[in-house]
Design a protein around this ligand. Structure first.
Ligand code: AHM
Ligand code: MG
Length: 356
């Protein structure tokens, strides 16, 4: 195939050597992509690009740990309970440390908020020009799934330190999601993919292990307006509000004219459930339950970043009533009910929740 100007489509009969030679000429790395897109951002100085690079380097290191986890015997729990009262996995802590280390070394970030740390972490950089960016992250989402080889991920949200703020404190991070200037996630799955947005669409980059680079594999991702799959922990059914219970029953109706019933897909790794629904169409829900009025997921580093991506891809995200990105945060670790995914499915869920 080398030298061919017309490319045959890649299918299951394509020889590996042909795929390799077809693709090598076309690779666009994350770094090349960022440089090309830098002009999209007013007053761009390159510092934001360096921040994304720092995050991608940490993701590669975490990926390396994940791939060797079973061999190095680093799965399992630390024996500690984290700030949310949940059992902390060894990999949770390891991922947290790798992201903090990469952001500290990179020098573009002034404050980190992490699911694995109760307080916001100020980053003192060298010299007199401290970083401008605040990064909020869930270093390893879905970590209770690691031991059984189910996909897990990292979620990140980026804000700018408000002008004239002075010493960065947690209050500087308490901005509504509409103020995010970037957001993304990494899924450590059958392949490792990094998806991010800066408010100019959504693009996905798959880690090519042979060259150690994230390469553009999913340009301009659009979520289908409608989907066949809904994702929810149905074990909690009896503690859902009546409107949601009716919506679930409606999705289970046998009615071929309305393309019902829908299918349930629930991995229990938000980032992996979200990624599937983003590509295939679907709705993920972690609603309010009788005992947890605010659901389970965290606003600042789970709901907001993926809401930004969902909207940029043509979907939506709400707490069942209000747009996630407009919620005024009060605490770094606050929780929110969440409905996120395909637009028409979200509209339908709202109509049941309203009791229409
Ligand atoms: P984590 O950030 O501590 O891993 O918790 C969040 C996870 C989500 O990834 C997942 O969708 C949800 O918790 C699953 O919760 P449940 O077991 O209640 O369905
Ligand atoms: Mg999480």
């Amino acid at each position: 195939m080398r030298g061919d100007t017309t490319k045959a489509p890649i299918n299951k009969f394509t020889m590996l050597s042909e795929v390799t030679s077809q693709e090598i000429g076309d690779l666009k790395t994350l770094e090349q992509f960022i440089i090309e897109r830098q002009e999209e951002h007013e007053h761009s100085t390159g510092s934001f690009s360096r921040l994304i690079r720092d995050l991608s380097v940490a993701a590669k290191i975490v990926n390396w740990h994940m791939r060797r986890g079973g061999i190095n015997n680093i799965f399992g729990t630390t024996g500690e309970i984290n700030v949310h009262g949940e059992v902390q996995q060894v990999m949770d802590l390891l991922a947290h440390k790798e992201f903090v280390r990469a952001l500290r070394r990179g020098g573009e970030c002034c404050l980190i908020g992490s699911e694995e740390h109760s307080e916001a972490i100020p980053i003192a950089t060298n010299g007199d020009s401290d970083g401008d960016y605040i990064v909020l992250l869930d270093p390893l989402d879905g970590s209770s799934n690691i031991e059984v080889n189910v996909s897990v991920g990292t979620i990140f949200s980026i804000y700018r330190l408000p002008a004239g703020w002075g010493t960065p404190t947690v209050e500087a991070a308490l901005q509504p999601g509409v103020k995010q200037i970037g957001a993304g996630y990494v899924v450590y799955g059958s392949s490792t993919i990094l998806v991010y947005t800066t408010g100019h669409g959504v693009n996905g980059f798959t880690l090519d292990p042979s060259i150690g680079e994230f390469v553009l594999s999913h340009p301009n991702i659009r979520i289908p307006d409608d989907g066949k799959m809904y994702s929810i922990n149905e074990g909690n059914y009896n503690s859902f509000e009546p409107g949601l219970r009716r919506y679930i029953k409606w999705m289970q109706t046998e009615n071929s004219e309305q393309n019902l019933p829908l299918s349930t897909r629930y991995i229990g790794s938000f980032v992996a459930d979200f990624h599937r629904n983003l590509l295939k169409g679907g709705l993920y829900m972690y609603p309010s339950t009788r005992n947890n009025r605010n659901g389970k997921l965290r606003l600042m580093y789970e709901a907001n970043p993926l809401a930004f991506i969902a909207e940029q891809a043509g979907g939506g995200a709400t707490d069942g009533h209000n747009r996630i990105l407009e919620i005024t945060p009060e605490k770094l670790h606050q929780r929110t009910p969440l409905y996120i995914g395909s637009k028409l499915m979200l509209d339908k869920a709202h109509s049941f929740l309203r009791g229409d």
